[in-house]
Design a protein around this ligand. Sequence first.
Ligand code: ATP
Ligand code: MG
Length: 253
Amino acid sequence: MTDIPQDHPRYESLLAREKVAAGVKMGITSIQGLIAQGRGESFDYLIGERSTESALYAERAAVAALLLAENPVISVNGNVAALAPDKVVSLAGVTGAKIEVNLFHRTDTRVHLIIEHLKAHGASEVLGKNPDASLELSHDRRLVSSKGIYTADVVLVPLEDGDRCEKLVEMGKTVITIDLNPMSRTSRTATISIVDNVTRALENMAKFSREMKKERKEELVKLITTYDNKMTLSEAISEIQEHLKTMVAEVEY
Ligand code: ATP
Ligand code: MG
């Protein structure tokens, strides 16, 4: 990886780019993952590279859903494995969620490498190697584990594909997505759409989980029943508009 100086004004963003590029070199991230990261970066710029109020609200609701779930599962793809393996492992640990590798550009080698990568970052068990169940989809994201995604009641699917998200919702699952694009099919279909960078979102969620674990169950239930995803998404778009207005003011100045 290129050594990025910590005082570089775009340190976080450049570091993330290096991590995804390193993921490609290691064979855990697909080459298409670079394009997905680029699209994410552009939305992050529009958002102002921060966790907005609406994102924090969705992250709290998502944590409540994970903590109350019977069989919560975190689905991991090549970009997430490259960007935040440690954060996936700590969120899984604190919420008791299982981890399952699920890939659009699936090869057995990539699945194996991602599992080993997650284990090197502290994961004990990672599902996904021998999928024994199938979703009604025509691509490889259909391949799932019967004790993982297939039977999960709550699934966290960072950087999800729109059509699998739709399928999981159809199956009656609570689907939590992390996607910087509030207009993607994924964001519009999910039960709880977190419009935030996956690195920031997973970090916030692990912190909230540690705090919210101590709360009464009724408080967590209330967070979920009062949660409004349509409002969250329109807030996310408004926050982009507000940020752009600030930028216009700065340019005019
Ligand atoms: P959909 O199929 O849901 O309409 P899409 O086709 O636009 O989505 P994909 O190419 O399937 O999207 O996946 C990339 C998505 O992931 C983009 O919406 C992008 O904004 C988002 N993304 C990429 N990198 C990150 C990141 N680091 N954090 C959060 N979201 C990201
Ligand atoms: Mg897509």
